[in-house]
Ligand binder design. Structure first.
Ligand SMILES: Cc1cc2nc3c(=O)[nH]c(=O)nc-3n(C[C@H](O)[C@H](O)[C@H](O)COP(=O)(O)O)c2cc1C
Length: 303
């Protein structure tokens, strides 16, 4: 009997797969197309206090083996979000987590509090969105990261994860700031900055010019973030996130030190990708004679 359950800080997850924010809609709408029982949790698209219109199209573009996006965190604002989805969060087949964004720490905290009231079981703090009242993004700066996570920690009782950026110079320094401020785990990572140009029209592939690059080319970068952070903060629970498309990608992130792993861009190839990935994880474990997924966590063998 194969045991896929895993522990992420204070939470027990049924499987190590997490539906990545922004790739499974509100989760409520995604439940109509995918089997949510494959996930240990699914994270709804990030939501802010006021509605954000997002960027104009084109804002999604395939590029190499990955995908560029500059959605601009389009969302209806927390009040409309709660009204539309709040009553449906129970019984989705997987625990629904929220994802909070804001222009400043106080806004993050107010959004997180509303998400908690609405019934989400945990909250990702999306520090890798633009810092709209300053420059760059929160996750590039340890003090800004600490301020946001601290405010959210004061505002909610449910577990929180801090979602960081592969663009930060020293991700473990940012990760330490998030954990010291009260994050229960780190999500490593969000998309990496990227861009593309259509050589015929000479226009950028995205109206936002620079966007987030995701999918398989992100995997080595995200794995590097997990390995570095695990070395610096061995006790901190980690969610690996970046370029997972198959069962062996999941095992790779677990070996690097993640306790759970997001599936994101793979949903654009197939919304039911998680069902296949779980089958592949199980057959890999059967082949290896491993019964518990936990036996892989952090078990990379150093040269
Ligand atoms: C279209 C799109 C929208 C996204 N929106 C969000 C979002 O709202 N909040 C967030 O934290 N991450 C967002 N992400 C980032 C993903 O959750 C994930 O961190 C990233 O895509 C890397 O994983 P992947 O390579 O498996 O896609 C988005 C990604 C994509 C492709």
């Amino acid at each position: 009997m194969i045991d896929l359950t895993t522990t992420l800080g204070p939470l027990e997850l049924r499987t190590p797969l997490i539906g990545a924010a922004g790739t499974v809609g509100s989760v409520v709408d995604f439940s109509g197309v995918a089997d949510l029982s494959m996930y240990g949790a699914a994270v709804a698209k990030s939501v802010s206090e006021d509605p954000w219109p997002g960027r104009p199209a084109p804002r999604l573009a395939p590029s190499g083996a990955g995908m560029l996006n500059s959605i601009g965190i389009q969302n209806p604002g927390i009040a409309a979000w709660v009204e539309e989805f709040g009553a449906h969060l129970e019984g989705m087949g997987a625990p629904v987590w929220g994802s909070a964004v804001g222009k400043n720490p106080a806004e993050f905290a107010r959004v997180a509090a509303r998400l908690e009231q609405a019934g989400v079981q945990a909250i990702e703090v999306n520090l890798s969105c633009p810092n709209l009242e300053g420059h760059g993004m929160f996750a590039l700066d340890a003090t800004a990261t600490r301020d946001v996570v601290w405010k959210v920690r004061q505002a909610v009782d449910i577990p929180i994860g801090a979602k960081l950026s592969p663009n930060s110079e020293e991700i473990s320094v940012i990760g330490r700031a998030a954990v010291e401020a009260g994050a229960d785990w780190l999500v490593l990572t969000n998309t990496v900055w990227g861009a593309g140009i259509d050589v015929r029209t000479r226009r950028p592939l995205l109206t936002g010019l620079i966007g987030g690059y995701s999918g398989p080319p992100l995997k080595p970068i995200a794995l590097r973030c997990v390995l570095e952070t695990r070395q610096a903060l061995p006790e901190t629970p980690i969610v690996g996130c970046g370029g997972v498309t198959g069962g062996e990608d999941v095992i790779e992130f677990l070996l690097a030190g993640a306790s759970a792993v997001c599936v994101g861009t793979a949903h654009f190839d197939h919304p039911r990708a998680a069902s296949r990935i779980i089958r592949e994880v199980e057959s890999f474990m059967a082949e290896q004679g491993t019964t518990s997924i936990r036996d892989y966590v952090g078990r990379v063998e150093m040269w």
